[in-house]
Design a binder for this molecule. Sequence first.
Ligand code: URA
Length: 423
Amino acid sequence: MLFKELIKKKRDGGKLSEEEVKFIVNSYTRGETPDYQMASLLMAIYFQGLDYDETLYFTDSMLSSGKKVELKIKGPLVDKHSTGGIGDKVSLVLAPLLAELGFKVPMLAGRALGFTGGTIDKLESTGMKVELSEEEIEEVVKKFGFSISAQTKDIAPADRKIYSLRDATATVESIPLIVSSILSKKLAVNTEAIVFDVKVGSGAFMKDMKSAKELAEGLVKVSRLYGKRAGALITEMGQPLGRYAGNALEVIESLKALSGEFEEDLKEVVCSLTGALFSLTGKGSFEEGYQRALSLLREGRAFNRFKNWVEYLGGTTSLKVEAEKLTVLSPVSGYVKDINGEALGYLIVELGGGRKKADDKIDYSVGLGFLKKIGDKVEKGEPLGEVFYTKGNAKTWEEKFLSAFNFSYGEIRKPRLIKEVIL
Ligand code: URA
């Protein structure tokens, strides 16, 4: 097979066969196809798309490039995957809560990607061990009912190689490539049910409902084909989730939420995802799951489980943020109209809380606080937000923070958080 012919076929809108996709993925992973040819093909896919069959072939080839994790744990074994956003700390609250409800959660999570944070970086701010072997995951899930650890190197190595090329060639934002990339990792673990939290808005990869829906439907459809019970929620990311974004700040906020002091939006997403998993596994209705999660959260019942888990893996939950705190005041009186989540995400990267290059070191203590969110009334000179910084000057950070906000004199309706449920 000639790689150049396959580039040409896709460039001209043709459909790739299963053998052709296998050849593409395997020859690139083995180093037989150079980056420049794979990059051209990815760009052709970006423009021409992949149909359902082709998406399946890509998922399957990338999944087969690595190891499958067969955990010997009595279920229901479930998972949640978020497509990423600003201040998205849902996994930290949801996983111990699900365990409290009798689910078993072997979650494999990622590090920061572009302007969005990563669960593994957040957990690393506690000093805990995040790289676990299959045996260790099994042991931790048996002990605590949940485990959150880093993607192991032997799961979907083809995706790792292709993803870094996509990142360098502006081809990440292709829905079928995102579907196959996410699923090549998520389908590698023998979970029974999975719920996807597809984020939509300025602080997410998917900026509009049409593409969020396409992504959610793709993830659900392909997962079902692999025998998983899968569902998705499309949730608001037109502004950060909760009050804080930044690694240690998000762990601190999660601990507070787990002790019963939660922000409404975080609670809503956590309880709705629990509802979805109740429905998917047949444990109960969506509403039952939602209410059970809410009462456990209110009672602070999963707090000790999370704390003991962090400590068992060598971390601490007594986190201190040793950064300068700047309080940003509102320049006007009115209502918060919109917030540019992507700009805030890149601001965190600039503060040192994310990575520009894969080997950049992260400053866990930096981040942002959001005292006012969309629809909130604000007076001129009233605190609007906070910047936690360890370098640079306060004036610059203040300007950058403020440039992500727009105000209105008239009242603004708060956005709906759960936009769609696919079950
Ligand atoms: N996350 C992934 O794992 N893959 C993508 O392609 C995009 C987000």
